[in-house]
Design a protein around this ligand. Structure first.
Ligand SMILES: [Zn+2]
Length: 75
């Protein structure tokens, strides 16, 4: 008799959720931040004024943002 009941109970148990799946992160090569045009090295991205040269700022639609110190500069 209890067999059917047991089966039902088991199915009601919440499934254990696995570890959070990692979101695929878009890798950005630092080399793509530069472009060499006619012997001159041009920087496509801005440096963060707080972190100094070497820290690039992410470009958004209307602003530049530093991922390191959260400095934001509006265009
Ligand atoms: Zn910064």
């Amino acid at each position: 008799m209890p067999e059917a009941l047991e089966a039902e109970e088991k199915s009601k148990k919440p499934k254990k959720e696995g570890k959070r799946t990692k979101k695929a992160h878009k890798k950005m090569k630092k080399g793509s931040y530069y472009s060499v045009s006619s012997e001159k090295l041009e920087r496509k991205k801005r440096f963060c004024p707080k972190c100094g040269p070497g820290t690039f700022m992410a470009e958004h639609k209307n602003r530049f943002a530093c991922g390191k110190c959260a400095y934001t500069e509006f265009k």
